[in-house]
Design a protein around this ligand. Structure first.
Ligand SMILES: CC(C)(COP(=O)(O)OP(=O)(O)OC[C@H]1O[C@@H](n2cnc3c(N)ncnc32)[C@H](O)[C@@H]1OP(=O)(O)O)[C@@H](O)C(=O)NCCC(=O)NCCS
Length: 169
């Protein structure tokens, strides 16, 4: 059943818990994108909550007139949490003056490719073997196979021009 989460910024005193949640979910506190390694708990981060429960997280990075969505995770899928977090990131990116929202996902993540494209994002680049390189040089714990048993090799970049559309169309 859909839920209407509250979306708010992570508080400084929650950063330790954030690290633990990310390690539980990803096996490491780090995510890699475009050859950069980020500790999620050191990035600006939104949390979706219902009462005391954390329903999902979005971590982002503002740089060079753009906003990178570094991590988006819903702990219970298909209930509207991911959409609510994406909408909130679009809004704050716009308010911060960013002209573009972008992210990378991996080639196995067909659910995410569907999710983002249905919410106005376009596929703009294929970074072939980017994950293979990141696994070798930055984060050996990246699994070899991902969703649907697909070998994880490439980064796919998606973006949305913030001057044109909003996440919910
Ligand atoms: C991608 C992701 C953030 C979406 O979050 P979500 O809370 O499931 O998203 P929503 O509930 O707002 O919408 C999900 C869509 O999938 C559908 N859905 C239904 N059941 C679902 C399920 N079990 N899993 C995923 N999506 C489901 C929803 O109906 C909705 O479809 P629509 O596009 O037709 O509207 C979430 O699936 C996730 O955390 N995935 C793992 C981490 C990840 O891949 N992050 C993105 C990589 S950069």
């Amino acid at each position: 059943m859909p839920i209407v989460p509250t979306i708010r910024a992570i508080r400084p005193d929650e950063r330790g818990e954030l690290d633990r949640v990310i390690v539980r979910s990803l096996g490491s506190p780090y995510v890699v994108s475009r050859r950069l390694i980020h500790r999620v708990s050191e990035l600006p981060c939104l949390v979706a909550t219902s009462g005391d429960r954390w329903l999902g997280l979005a971590a982002y990075r503002l740089a060079a007139g753009a906003c990178e969505l570094v991590l988006l995770e819903a702990f219970e899928r298909g209930r509207g949490t991911g959409t609510a977090l994406l909408d909130a990131v679009v809004e704050l990116a716009r308010e911060s003056g960013a002209r573009r929202l972008w992210l990378v996902t991996t080639n196995d993540n067909v659910d995410a490719l569907r999710f983002y494209q249905r919410r106005g994002m376009r596929l703009v680049r294929l970074w072939s073997d980017a994950v293979t390189q990141s696994r070798k040089l930055l984060k050996p714990e990246i699994p070899l196979a991902g969703d649907n048993g697909i070998a994880i090799r490439d980064e796919l970049e998606l973006d949305m021009l913030l001057t044109e559309v909003s996440a919910s169309g």
